[in-house]
Ligand binder design. Structure first.
Ligand code: URA
Length: 165
């Protein structure tokens, strides 16, 4: 299985109910052999419209913050634990997460990142594989809203930058 094949499968995926209320499956994007992979919850409305991950407000905040610490979007891979948006942006249900997880597992197996950054609580369900470090950090949408969370998020991104340089 190649990354391109996974992308096509995700774009046509009907394994759970979410495709019925979405415009695009959002596979993820970035460097095919990235050292760092970011995993969020699932696409929001902007991501659903464009088919690209983390391009809405939270995404712009994430992109800006990593850039401040010398990490560009081009050098990482960004995806989500669930690849379709959900009605009213609700948290994906457990059966939706289980249906979608095989895609993330394959993406990790192909990309072979050194570090997987789990954004927020939902992403913590990502299965752990050997020889990969996992960083659980604040979700950028929480970091945008709350000062304390923002400070924590910035410290965590600074730590990540130190690890990869
Ligand atoms: N929030 C997420 O968790 N993922 C996205 O792709 C966008 C916003």
């Amino acid at each position: 299985m190649s990354l391109e094949e996974i992308i096509l499968q995700i774009q046509e995926c009907k394994k759970c109910r979410l495709w019925q209320t979405s415009t695009h499956g959002v596979p993820g994007e970035g460097l095919a052999n990235a050292k760092v992979m970011f995993v969020g919850q699932n696409p929001g409305s902007e991501e659903d419209k464009t088919g690209r991950p983390f391009v809405g407000r939270a995404g712009k905040f994430l992109t800006k913050t990593i850039a401040e610490f010398g990490i560009t979007r081009e050098e990482v891979y960004i995806t989500n634990i669930v690849k379709h948006t959900s009605p009213e942006n609700r948290k994906p249900y457990p059966d939706e997460v289980s249906a979608c997880l095989p895609y993330l597992i394959q993406q990790i197996a192909i990309i072979k990142p050194k570090i997987v950054v789990l954004l927020g609580a939902s992403a913590k369900k990502t299965p752990r594989v050997e020889n990969v470090k996992y960083f659980e950090i604040v979700h950028p949408s929480a970091a945008m809203r709350f000062t304390k969370m923002r400070e924590k998020f910035q410290t965590q991104i600074a730590e990540l930058a130190k690890q990869i340089k």
